[in-house]
Unconditional design. Structure first.
Length: 200
């Protein structure tokens, strides 16, 4: 086994031990109370937030909110597409499943079973993409958005939904997706402003 493969194996094993230890308390009232944070990063909530931001921007004639909302939605869509492609090529048992079965799974595969689609964290990917996107256009949004994205990610392991390495991979997907979207978006943003400014 190469040094790189051994290093990855060591990191994955340490991650599994740490996450399993944290997730053993997932049924306690305090941990369950953090579950709402985990669900804020779900696709319907992220889409509604993005669209809502753009709609409010149109209503208030705020080009920054319109740009932010459109950029958020585009970044989320790309992040979701990328994480879905990765999930369809990797089988990884979610922590709660691995704890219940006493068996971890992390290997190439094409399972559509929700319990085997832990890698990467889609909630984290979407939350990071949206947080970075809104911070580019809306003044004062960077810190609250970063805190919310962090909370969404942090709630995943303790609730047995994802491993720490799932979060890291999800965050990378979100960051890359947003960067790709913004590279294109910044070329068309002035046109969005023109449309908003032209409204009666």
């Amino acid at each position: 086994m190469t040094t790189a493969k051994q290093a990855v194996k060591t990191v994955v094993a340490a991650d599994e031990r740490a996450t399993h230890k944290a997730a053993r308390h997932r049924d306690t009232p305090l941990v369950k109370a953090t579950g709402f944070l985990a669900e804020l990063g779900d696709q319907p909530q992220m889409i509604a937030t993005s669209v809502g931001t753009a709609v409010v921007g149109l209503a208030l004639k705020r080009p920054d909110l319109v740009r932010g909302g459109v950029r958020m939605l585009a970044a989320h869509v790309v992040a979701t597409a990328v994480k879905t492609a990765v999930k369809r090529s990797v089988d990884r048992a979610r922590p709660e499943k691995a704890i219940d079965d006493g068996k971890t799974v992390f290997e190439p595969g094409e399972s559509r079973d929700h319990d085997l689609t832990s890698f990467p964290s889609g909630h984290t990917a979407g939350a990071v993409a949206v947080a970075i996107a809104v911070s580019r256009d809306v003044d004062g949004a960077a810190v609250p958005a970063a805190l919310l994205a962090t909370g969404i990610a942090a709630a995943q392991p303790v609730n047995g939904k994802h491993y720490l390495t799932d979060l890291v991979a999800g965050a990378a997907v979100g960051w890359i997706a947003e960067a790709l979207v913004s590279a294109v978006f910044d070329r068309v943003a002035p046109r969005v402003e023109d449309v908003v400014d032209a409204r009666p």
